[in-house]
Design a protein around this ligand. Structure first.
Ligand code: KG4
Ligand code: ZN
Length: 344
């Protein structure tokens, strides 16, 4: 089966998302987000997210089927995010996917949300992705990975020791009253600012850090530095703070990614996850990778944040590689390790 038709369901956070792919071709990508229901709380409220998933699930599946121009009975497999994420939210997707798989008598692939973020790049670029270094930056995770085979071998090189990169964007945006989620708001404000206006700290980049934990990240010191600056300079220029803060994050992410490429001898970098939609990260990555002779791949911005196409994409890759499907009765795993690509 070279071009499997796979439907993917994603409910790990506040997006009820269903994607359909045929091999590497995207046929449908429908997203129903409950983000507005969470905005006034400044973060995702798990109970609200779970209920919103239940309400949105059926219409989202139906719209995806219609957009793709296929019938449910045409599907070769169902894929679903089994973790990591909010357990109540994950369970809605897992239950729906299991119901579909049993009803249609099709195999189910319980996949890792983080591997799915990376595999979505297959829908944008056609060359093989692996081996590659991957920088995975989202609201809940920030890690540097070595991907030898996206369907069977992911090794973690390092990760954040405190906040995730997206979380840092969200927290600083909240302090600056820019709204939630904060990443897109800071990205927009920063376009008008000076990246060199304020010299904010770059976490874990002392020579000792480079020796002992070269591929780990830390953003909490940066967060504190920005908060202090905002307090001590009441008439701060919002765009300059946004640009300088964003630069401190982007700079460290790329520094460490390129050292990982150099040390592993792998001249390929994939950047994935919600923060990969950041315009400064994308632009600076292009400049620095060109200079370092590293092949850079970043999914189109719309596929960086949570979606169902990424789950379907990983499902299709697993089917094509002949990997075993998951047993129908599997559990959602809110803290699924990144090296677990799917539950077999
Ligand atoms: O991957 P994602 O959609 O959900 C998780 O798996 O967490 O990532 C969401 C995160 C949020 O923290 C959001 O602020 C951030 O990605 N984000 C951005 C941008 N767009 C989304 N951060 C910086 N710049 C952006 N343009
Ligand atoms: Zn995500």
């Amino acid at each position: 089966m070279n071009e499997p038709l796979v439907l993917g369901i994603e409910t790990s956070c506040d997006e009820t998302a269903v994607g359909i792919v045929r091999g590497r071709t995207l046929l449908a990508n429908v997203i129903s987000s409950s983000v507005e229901e969470h905005a006034r709380f400044g973060g995702v409220v798990p109970e609200i997210a779970s209920r919103a998933h239940l309400e949105a699930m059926q219409p989202t599946i139906q719209k995806a089927i219609k957009d793709a121009g296929v019938k449910l009975t045409d599907l070769d497999a169902i894929a679903v995010t089994a973790g990591p994420g909010l357990v109540g939210a994950l369970l809605v997707g897992v239950g729906s996917a299991a119901g579909l798989a049993i009803g249609l008598d099709k195999p189910i692939y319980a996949v890792n949300h983080l591997a799915a973020h990376i595999s979505v790049d297959y829908l944008t670029h056609t060359e093989p992705i692996d081996p590659t270094i991957a920088l995975l930056v989202s609201g809940g995770h920030s890690s540097l990975l070595q991907i030898d085979d996206i369907t069977s071998s992911i090794t973690k090189l390092g990760q954040t020791i405190d906040d995730a990169a997206g979380e840092a964007f969200d927290k600083i945006a909240r302090i600056m009253k820019l709204g939630f989620p904060g990443g897109p708001a800071i990205d927009a404000s920063a376009r008008l600012g000076n990246v060199d206006a304020i010299n904010f700290p770059r976490g874990l980049t002392t020579s000792n850090d480079w020796n002992t934990r070269p591929f780990d990240f830390s953003f909490s010191g940066l967060k504190t530095a920005v908060a202090r600056y905002l307090e001590s300079v009441p008439d701060y220029v919002q765009a300059d703070v946004a640009a300088s803060f964003q630069e401190a994050i982007v700079d460290v992410l790329l520094l460490k990614s390129l050292v990982a490429c150099k040390e592993s001898g792998i001249d390929s970098l994939v950047i994935a996850g919600g923060v990969a939609a950041n315009s400064r990260l994308r632009a600076l990555a292009e400049l620095r990778c060109a200079k370092a002779n590293v092949r850079l791949r970043i999914p189109t911005p719309g596929l960086c944040t949570d979606n169902g196409a990424m789950v379907a994409s990983l499902g299709a890759l697993l089917v094509a590689a002949g990997r075993s499907p998951s047993p129908v009765a599997f559990d959602a795993d809110s803290s699924m390790p990144v090296a677990t690509i799917s539950l077999a």
